[in-house]
Design a protein around this ligand. Structure first.
Ligand code: GUN
Length: 281
């Protein structure tokens, strides 16, 4: 049976370390501040934003949510972001995705000051993935590294296979693993014979958004399997990995829920503190 990598336990450890760091920063009169821009009233986005706000407060970070209506113009959204860019008390700006259809997401993300880009989605930070040193890695990607490190799973020299190439998870995660000297294969929707690749993975990261995509036959015995999928099936949350079969074969596995998810918000807090340190110390 695989070791279960419990995201709640790891997130609690991250939060404990962060609370100490934030207290030390306060002694230096640094009060990190995060601003979240939420457009529209998508229920899932609103719920994510609430949990971001809650954790920030819990840790002693300042947090503000700017709510804009679903029909806000692109120029008004940009104006709000520019106000945050210009506000010296703000260290971190996050534009909650997805944005409404009428808004050009790439253009908006380019409007965030790259030194306040807490998601690591600005092209300047994306460009820095190429040299392995963005100011911050995107939160989910950073959470995956945190899980691997705290599980003492080696990365350098391992064969890592990432299924999915999204801006938010798949692509940056492949870049991070490469920066940590794994041999990386990036698979996606058009990959032929997916299992041929996934079966070679010492580290398998699955972020495809397809329940049951990866089964025991697709996994190498002893592999570390990180499941980033969140799918609702018959009212239950499940990942992209068929947990019940893969847990019998993998060496370690993250459950859904309770694996990568709890880390994502904690890493947003860690990124906020990091940007505050870079800007203020
Ligand atoms: N929506 C889903 N995940 C994310 C994320 O990591 N950052 C932002 N800004 N929006 C998201």
């Amino acid at each position: 049976m695989a070791r279960i990598l419990d995201g709640k336990v790891i997130a609690a450890a991250v939060k404990q370390d962060l609370a100490m760091e934030i207290a030390q920063l306060r002694e230096k009169e640094v009060q990190p501040k995060l601003v979240v821009v939420l457009v529209g009233d998508d229920a899932a986005s609103a719920s994510y934003v609430r949990s971001k706000e809650r954790m920030a407060r819990e840790l002693g970070l300042e947090a503000e949510v700017i709510k804009l209506s679903a029909d806000v113009s692109e120029s008004e959204l940009m104006r709000q972001i520019e106000l945050q860019n210009a506000d010296d008390s703000v260290d971190a700006v996050l534009v909650q995705l997805p944005l409404p259809e009428h808004i050009d997401t790439d253009w908006v993300l380019m409007g965030v000051d790259p030194t306040k880009d807490v998601d690591g989605f600005h092209p300047q930070n994306i460009g820095r993935y190429a040299i392995g040193s963005p100011l911050v890695w995107p939160c989910t990607t950073a959470g995956i590294l945190e899980i691997l490190e705290r599980a003492n799973a080696p990365v350098a020299g391992q064969t890592a296979v990432v299924v999915g190439r999204s801006r938010i998870v798949g692509w940056p995660t492949a870049q991070l693993l490469l920066a940590h000297n794994a041999t990386v294969v990036q698979c996606h929707r058009q990959t032929r014979n997916l299992a041929e690749f996934t079966r070679q993975a010492d580290i398998l990261v699955v972020a495809a958004g397809q329940a049951g995509l990866i089964r025991a036959d697709d996994v190498k015995a002893g592999a570390v399997v990180i499941d980033v999928g969140i799918n609702r099936v018959d009212g239950h949350l499940v990942g992209d990995v068929d947990f019940d079969s893969v847990v019998q074969k993998a060496g370690a596995i993250t459950p859904v829920p309770g694996g990568v998810g709890p880390l994502t918000v904690a890493m947003l807090m860690k990124n906020t503190v990091r940007l505050a340190r870079i800007r203020r110390l």
